[in-house]
Design a protein. Structure first.
Lengths: 335, 335
DNA sequence: GCGAGGGATGAATACGTATACACTTCACAC
DNA sequence: GTGTGAAGTGTATACGTATTCATCCCTCGC
């Protein structure tokens, strides 16, 4: 195990200066074609790869993007991460992944200053997180994906949660439902808030009231959806439909319905949000509002690259449509 | 947006040399307590963080680990990744994540030489992948997690797949099953091979034969399990139990059973492998052989750190037990 | 009073690359 | 024949840190 060869070693081998080797590496046009060919041959023979650290130190660019996520085990987040990996990779960028649940805030603060990455993708914006303010304040190019923050001067790419939720509500109302359950998240961010408000707006526009007892506020996990469904469905006169703000909660609700013996969709319709891969499994067969993960990530990475290119460009907030995907958990017309 | 302060700037501010600042940063004992205190105060006031690149270039250590994975959307892999993130973070290490499906092999080869990371965690060993040979040959400390490669001189931490599979087979046989289906992966690695062989061994030891028509070889996705179940269960005399080598396939099998109207466990028992979080959801309630994700990752990272410390230490291959977790997909004694 | 020695600090250098600058060579126009 | 410019190349330097080496001061023992 010997130290890998440097550009200087190779320069000696090729009979040129280190500067010329570097020029070849950076595709500098000011180099004689013959020289270039000779150097390239030597590089190839030696199986040489430039030291990324030294290069980054000199150029100030690491070709690496920092990604902050939470709960990778949540199906939607896993899909988001997978897509981020795909898009970054196809852009020739590496990804450093941080989990804001595991990493203490001081670590995060350090990272922001270390110039270890060219930019950040933040996917877990919450009101109470100082991460985003810190990231923007640090001056490092930053894009918010999937979850935005109102009034933050920062590029953002989000689904149109409000409209998607509205469509879901409208769909239930049009099908004749009037006794509707809403399992919502204790609001910590834009996303779940809009998924809540949009739904309520659709019902209000149609003149359908939501009984306060039909609204359950829960946490993120599957088990919380399960508990909420049990609570709603074990009442004497349970709601005929339940809408919730994430697929994960919807899966919990389906499980809870199963537990209390309620049939879906005969006894109760269920609608989720995200349209994760699991939603299409027969075990769930879940009607869900789709989040355009692919477009969100494509657009977001594009935005980030443009901002790295030109830090002074005006911020953009891009909203992408979230269409309702109908499956068996609501597939039948209501009698 | 101004350039972040350097140790030299801070040295000037504190009235000392850059060398002294560096000594404070590295906890070098050869510095006067008073000086140290003064420097620390200045560092704190300036909110200074050392440039990670420069430090890495000098020390040759990046405090970053490269992780290679596939299919993050697969529940088990997501759990593995989550755990890796947790353990690395608590060790003060960063993680660069590569997806070997997205990243072309040449990228991988470059990465191996760039000294961008102190070591590698490989989680997706397959026979045909050159990645592992390359990684080991590159001399960078490397540990294989979850999937091993026979005869590769490299630290490895794997579950005892053979024994886990054996126990699953034994459990079915003991319950009186004699007509048993096996949904297995087209073998591309150690893991699925042992999960297959161990199971067959248990049946053989008990004198139970597996009909060739009861063995289905499939690919990784959920849909493949679904198709396999349909194939097995729509026969005139379907098997009374199906064992498969991953939870993901088991979920597909449960869905397929549902599709053809077979009741679990009344008509058919189902056993998976990995014991992912989803297995405990009521929708599946799946009996599954547990992979000790937490221990695997803890042990693996520990091994990796020790190898980074001392590259000459002898290679270790550590095998951890995989206990069978019994749930509703098999919970009842067979009549 | 003087040398030895330890403790604390600064000056200088190296990590491996990219690039500004200087220099040489050659072709060409006057 | 001299001057001009372009094309290639080499020299030197900088990125920000860690670390070796040299220096200085102070204490202590004689």
């Amino acid at each position: 195990m010997t130290r890998p060869p440097t550009s200087r070693d190779l320069a000696r081998l090729a009979g040129v200066s280190q500067a010329t080797v570097s020029r070849v590496l950076t595709n500098n046009p000011k180099v004689n074609p013959e020289t270039r060919a000779r150097v390239l041959q030597v590089l190839k023979d030696a199986n040489y790869t430039p030291n990324a650290l030294a290069r980054a130190m000199k150029t100030g660019r690491t070709d690496t993007i920092g990604v902050f996520m939470t709960r990778v085990t949540s199906p939607f987040h896993a899909e988001l991460l997978d897509e981020i990996g795909r898009v970054l990779s196809s852009s020739g960028l590496h990804m450093i992944l941080w989990n804001i649940e595991h990493d203490p805030e001081e670590t995060v603060a350090e990272v922001l200053q270390q110039r270890l990455v060219d930019g950040f993708l933040l996917t877990s914006a919450t009101y109470d997180s100082r991460l985003h303010t810190m990231a923007v304040a640090s001056g490092t190019p930053t894009v918010l994906l999937h979850r935005g923050i109102d009034g933050l001067d920062c590029d953002q790419v989000v689904g149109d949660n409000w409209q998607g939720a509205y469509d879901a509500g409208r769909y239930l109302v049009d099908a004749g439902h009037t006794d509707i359950g809403l399992v919502t998240l204790t609001h910590t961010g834009n996303t779940s808030r809009d998924r809540d408000l949009g739904f309520r707006a659709a019902l209000a526009d149609a003149g359908v009231k939501i009984k306060p007892s039909n609204v359950v506020s829960v946490g993120v996990p599957h088990a919380d959806g399960h508990a909420a469904a049990k609570k709603l469905l074990s009442r004497k006169k349970p709601p005929t439909a339940i809408y919730t703000v994430t697929d994960l909660l919807a899966f919990g609700i389906l499980d809870g319905a199963r537990a209390v013996g309620a049939r879906v969709p005969d006894d109760v319709w269920v609608i989720g949000f995200d349209n994760t891969e699991l939603a299409a499994w027969e075990a769930f067969d879940l009607t869900s509002v789709e989040q355009p993960v692919h477009s969100i990530v494509e657009t977001g990475v594009d935005l980030l690259r443009r901002r790295i290119e030109d830090p002074e460009r005006p911020t953009e907030i891009i909203t992408l449509p979230c269409p309702l995907v109908i499956r068996g958990s609501t597939a039948h017309r209501r009698v």
